[in-house]
Design a protein around this ligand. Sequence first.
Ligand SMILES: NC(=O)c1ccc[n+]([C@@H]2O[C@H](COP(=O)([O-])OP(=O)(O)OC[C@H]3O[C@@H](n4cnc5c(N)ncnc54)[C@H](O)[C@@H]3O)[C@@H](O)[C@H]2O)c1
Length: 372
Amino acid sequence: MNDVNGKRIRLVNEYLSEVNLNSELVRYYKGRNILVTGGAGAIGSNLILALSEMVGSGGKVVILDNLSSIKEKKAWNVVPLSNIMFVGGDVRSDVDLKRIFKEDITIVFHLAAFFANQNSVDYPETSVDVDIIGLIKLLEYSRIARVEKFIYASSGCAIYGSYPKLPLKEDFVSMHLTTPYQINKMTGEMYCNFYAHHYDMRIVNCRFFNSYGPGEVPGQYRNVIPNFIYWAMKGQPLPITGTGEETRDFSYVLDLIQGLIKGGFYTEAVGENFNLAAGREISILEMAKLVNETTGNKAGLVFMPRRKWDTKPRLLASIEKAQKLINYDPRVEFKDGFLKNIEWFKDNWEMIEKMADFYPGMSSAVRGIVKK
Ligand SMILES: NC(=O)c1ccc[n+]([C@@H]2O[C@H](COP(=O)([O-])OP(=O)(O)OC[C@H]3O[C@@H](n4cnc5c(N)ncnc54)[C@H](O)[C@@H]3O)[C@@H](O)[C@H]2O)c1
């Protein structure tokens, strides 16, 4: 185990011990075989470490991931541990799914997705293929295997539309969505609800908001925080698409992992949908200034027009429902999580530079900004 991987494991384990998970929950996960699709991704690569600790030596965490969100097809973000099994494959492939479900899977966390908004605008058909066909196939295999729980990674930005009342509560749903990704994520929840109703599957819909933290490799279709850190570390100006006064509910990835683990355990979560977020607003300007200050980047900011699909001036989630249902308790201050994010970038800079998937000219979000 190299130092960098050891540090990543310690970070997750320290977090889990601070959260003080109840003993029934700890027993619930012990010895299980759990499938995490998208387990090599930003959120998944953290979830697998938490689950590896929880299932212990009697169980295993099986990852199904086609590594499509990084440049080189190498599972470098997956820390090699004896109870983690990586399968490089596709959620749309029967061959891969048959292989996976031979492993006596009892819980599925479905995180694989065609990420995210801009990617789906550029490739709408692939977005449907992965996010809808892939989901239905996985639900079918999970149903036949009689898995106990199926946890679906939904998205806050997909459900609530552009101008709802803040904070965003679960019972408000908008039909006015602005990207195929949003439409597909919402449709995904609807398919989950169909399988829950028709086949009595125990399904939990978790709606994440703006994840950040160790594990997310920057790229043309990635979130703003890793991309800003990447550009700042390269001494480039940070491109703000809008005025910078827009806000997001940036949520530390390990807080989201806490929500997933609790969501997979509590019976009260079954058949429900709930937000997983920090429950606080941070402006893009405030975040961008912090990035430049922390990295010593003198290149400043550049302002560009807002992207057409980006119609959300503010995002703030209500986390009341998750607090009540699953005792969700996000605890990481924005700056603390951000500093952990920077540390991970510094520790992994060589790999991050190699894996970051920027392809100038392809994505209208970064066209003209990114230098090779
Ligand atoms: N990151 C966020 O801020 C955020 C917010 C809301 C919802 N979500 C949802 O949470 C989930 C995880 O997000 P993330 O940020 O970790 O994304 P990510 O892109 O880092 O991880 C997804 C993983 O899925 C894999 N994948 C893509 N297509 C696949 C396929 N056809 N078969 C197998 N694997 C495939 C990718 O290689 C990647 O490793 C996604 O479903 C995403 O839509 C994320």
